[in-house]
Ligand binder design. Structure first.
Ligand SMILES: C[S@@+](CC[C@H](N)C(=O)[O-])C[C@H]1O[C@@H](n2cnc3c(N)ncnc32)[C@H](O)[C@@H]1O
Ligand code: SF4
Length: 321
């Protein structure tokens, strides 16, 4: 079995992070893979600020726009809210191409050139128009990095080819079942002659190779203790300062961990990026989080530390508020 990692020509610093990963995955040191994934994310953040130089606009605070294009998933992983359909049911609802066009246009008007992460609450490859959606984002955001997190189940040679033709930069394939999946995907990617992919291994450790979190209290079955959540009280959280989350219908949630959709702070079908990112409800929550006040819901139920990334964005917005 050979496990390769991507060599993405449009985001050269990502490549550098992948070489060490290559050895780690080949020796199947799963825990280290989680660490190297964090290192990779750190590198991406450093690159973001290097690209901006000394002159930063306030919207440069956004490192990632996470996009959820579907309310469907074909799996029900035990560590995900989807494991319990009463908590997070499958719904046949999708972002439309027209919706993606407007959202991408608004991001383009804001000259956004950070990362678009197609991930969110479902399996994006199940959106029947996903290729077209990627094309819309690429059209309006020619220099942004477009990534997709997937369980890989729907990938075929044809689908992969179309996704990269539409402008996708990178596929993160999450391997949940076992090593045989990597062999399968190795063949598939070799056939499509692409190296724009990475694997994340989740099958072998109790923590599933993830920094598991309870998705702002939506999951109560993964062993997060009340004390762990309480211990975070008083600690600022950076998420709403560096990551924007756009739902399938254009709604922007205050935090990508808000799986209960408790705070919709705007909608990118109707408003500009600036208006949404600095909307009144968004800033109200930020003022609390700056002080480490996590008493409002859902932060009072959330197990996320929130300080691993995003400190420069946090500082930039804190100064402006
Ligand atoms: C929710 S999935 C959606 C994308 C796609 N369906 C997939 O599986 O890659 C996005 C990412 O969240 C991770 N994830 C799921 N539940 C999690 C949890 N409780 N804590 C941390 N990460 C989680 C998944 O492994 C995946 O990398
Ligand atoms: S505490 Fe949790 S829910 Fe609140 S902003 Fe941070 S990550 Fe999001």
């Amino acid at each position: 079995m050979s496990l390769r990692l991507s060599n993405n020509k449009q985001t050269p610093d990502i490549i550098n992070g992948s070489e060490s990963n290559k050895c780690i995955i080949m020796s199947e040191t799963i825990t280290t893979d989680k660490d190297s994934f964090l290192a990779h994310r750190r590198k991406q953040e450093e690159l973001h600020w290097r690209r901006k130089g000394n002159v930063s606009g306030i919207l440069d605070s956004i490192l990632t726009v996470e996009v959820n294009t579907t309310e469907l998933c074909n799996r029900s992983c035990v560590f995900c809210p989807r494991h319990n359909p009463e908590v997070f049911p499958n719904r046949n609802l999708h972002m439309t191409v027209k919706g993606a066009n407007t959202i991408a246009e608004h991001l383009g008007e804001a000259q956004y050139n950070g990362k678009i992460s197609f991930s969110g609450f479902g399996e994006n490859l199940l959106n029947p128009n996903f290729v077209e959606i990627v094309r819309e984002f690429r059209f309006y955001l020619p220099t942004a990095t477009l990534e997709c997190n997937t369980n890989g189940d729907r990938l075929t040679k044809d689908y992969i080819t179309k996704l990269f033709k539409a402008g996708l930069d990178l596929l993160y394939v999450n391997l949940y079942d076992g090593a045989e999946q990597a062999e399968h995907f190795d063949k598939l990617f070799a056939e499509t002659r692409t190296n724009q992919y990475r694997y994340r291994v989740h099958w072998a450790t109790a923590d599933h190779g993830l920094i598991l979190n309870n998705r702002s209290g939506v999951i109560d079955w993964i062993g997060v203790e009340e004390g762990d959540v309480k211990a975070l009280q008083g600690k600022p959280c950076h998420y709403p300062f560096y990551k924007m989350f756009v739902d399938w219908n254009g709604d922007v949630l205050f935090c990508s961990n808000d799986w209960g959709r408790e705070h919709v702070v705007g909608n990118l079908l109707q408003s500009s990026v600036m208006d949404v990112w600095f909307s009144k409800p968004m800033n109200k929550i930020r003022r609390k989080l700056i002080k480490g006040d996590r008493t409002m819901s859902p932060c009072n139920k959330c197990s996320v530390d929130g300080s691993l990334f995003g400190k420069p964005s946090f500082d930039l917005i804190k100064e402006a508020l």
